[in-house]
Ligand binder design. Structure first.
Ligand code: NAD
Length: 394
């Protein structure tokens, strides 16, 4: 019998990374084995990044790691530490930009029994497509008082007749590039996903009312794309993309109103396409509605090259590292997305079922346990034991 071997690179991650990574690997291997017996095998190979890479190679993001991810095209990573305000680039942002992983995809759904601040968290079922390579995140900025900031300010005032910088002597300056190509490839990925997944709405989330040409451009290009590439048509004042079954409504929402609406009427939204900074806020706000960052999965994907890096969306959680209390679900569910991305649907379903069953039985890690309104019958497990429970419930 021939065995389909699927190479998967993994970055262990800093802080709680070494605790959640083995749980993720164990759960995925069991799910694949349950679904396909010996005919499919995930072949995990470690690549270095973060503190571990720095210690072993002197470089926190070795060239070899980037090369290997480009070659294999599939990786999953734990969180990596970014020192704040020390001029050091975020490794996460660097990975996304160097591999041109232009889509940050974050599904947000509710698992029965998860503690939530909403009265009806079951109404939350969205997939966020956040643009990953542009916007204010491009990292083009200069600190207040620097010669570079002074030069840019002088250029703006003398050559561009800009008079709107309130305090030119003490301003830091940042640049926000937003392109037609960058916007369209992100929105295309969101629409394609909506079509493939049978979703009914795609919403473009933006601040085009204030940033007319950057965020306003994103909006304009989104609607253009829907019409030019997908044959979107108008009906009763709304725009629809033809699809099998029910056509898909494409609309837009200003980001601040959107953050309000996801609390008041989350059922109105399904697939979200948005820019980098909005996407950052929106993803965490949505995650909080259905259990917080401890459970929210994510992926960074370039749909043209196929390269995809799946990741825990939370940080390195230094306050709880090494205590066997971290919730491994963000990374486990990122692994579930990875299985689905590789077409291993049956294995992905096993992971989802295990998570559903375990949480519904009120078997949880400490973060969830502390938030439960009713702890009758609940069990608070350590990270390792919780992982074993997932495997048992598969
Ligand atoms: P954080 O996500 O590490 O922690 C925020 C809070 O949430 C902490 O109280 C932490 O204990 C808790 N928490 C996070 N994940 C949890 C989990 N799985 N289970 C239970 N509790 C969990 O965010 P932070 O404190 O803002 O950042 C710490 C470091 O992580 C920084 O260096 C930051 O740059 C980095 N970071 C990395 C990523 C990434 O690698 N994708 C994302 C965010 C932050």
């Amino acid at each position: 019998m021939s065995v389909r071997e699927i190479p998967v690179l993994y970055i262990e991650g800093d802080g709680v990374g070494p605790e959640i990574t083995p749980v993720m690997i164990d759960v995925l291997e069991h799910a694949v084995s349950k679904a396909y017996g010996d005919s499919v095998r995930l072949v995990f190979e470690e690549v270095l990044a973060g503190t571990k890479a720095e210690k072993l190679t002197g470089d926190s993001l070795p060239e070899e790691t980037l090369e290997r991810i480009s070659q294999v095209g599939l990786a999953i990573k734990g969180p990596l530490m970014t020192p704040v305000g020390k001029g050091k680039r975020s490794l996460n942002v660097a990975l996304r930009q160097l591999l041109d992983l232009y889509v940050c995809q974050r599904p947000v759904r509710y698992f029965e029994g998860t503690p939530s601040p909403l009265r009806h968290p079951e109404k939350v079922d969205m997939v966020v497509f956040r643009e990953n390579t542009e916007d204010i995140y491009a990292g083009i900025e200069w600190s207040a008082g620097s010669a570079e900031a002074a030069r840019v300010i002088s250029f703006l005032s003398s050559e561009m007749n800009v008079r709107k910088i309130r305090f030119p002597q003490t301003s830091a300056i940042g640049i926000k590039p937003v392109s037609e190509e960058g916007s369209k490839r992100l929105i295309r990925a969101a629409i394609d996903f909506a079509i493939d997944d049978g979703r009914k709405t795609v919403t473009l989330v933006h601040k085009g009312n204030i940033m007319k040409f950057t965020e306003g451009g994103f909006l304009k290009w989104g609607y253009e794309l829907a019409k030019d590439e997908y044959g979107a048509y108008e009906k009763d004042g709304s725009l629809f993309i033809p699809a099998d079954g029910t056509d898909i409504l494409i609309n837009d929402c200003i980001c601040d109103a959107f953050l309000q609406n996801i609390l008041l009427k989350p059922e109105k939204y399904s697939v979200i396409a948005t820019l980098n900074l909005n996407g950052d806020y929106v993803s965490d706000a949505l995650a909080a509605e259905v259990g917080g960052i401890g459970i929210a999965p994510g992926a960074n994907i370039n749909y043209k090259t196929g390269t995809a890096v799946f990741e825990a969306t939370h940080g390195v959680a230094p306050d709880i590292a090494g205590q066997d209390i971290v919730n491994p679900l963000s990374l486990v569910l990122s692994g579930e997305m990875m299985l689905r991305y590789k077409g291993l649907r049956e294995a992905a379903d096993y992971v989802l079922k295990a998570v559903e069953k375990t949480i519904a039985a009120k078997t949880v890690t400490r973060d969830f346990y502390n938030l439960l309104d009713d702890r009758t019958g609940a069990r608070c497990l350590g990270t390792k034991a919780f992982g074993q429970e997932l495997v048992k419930n598969m």
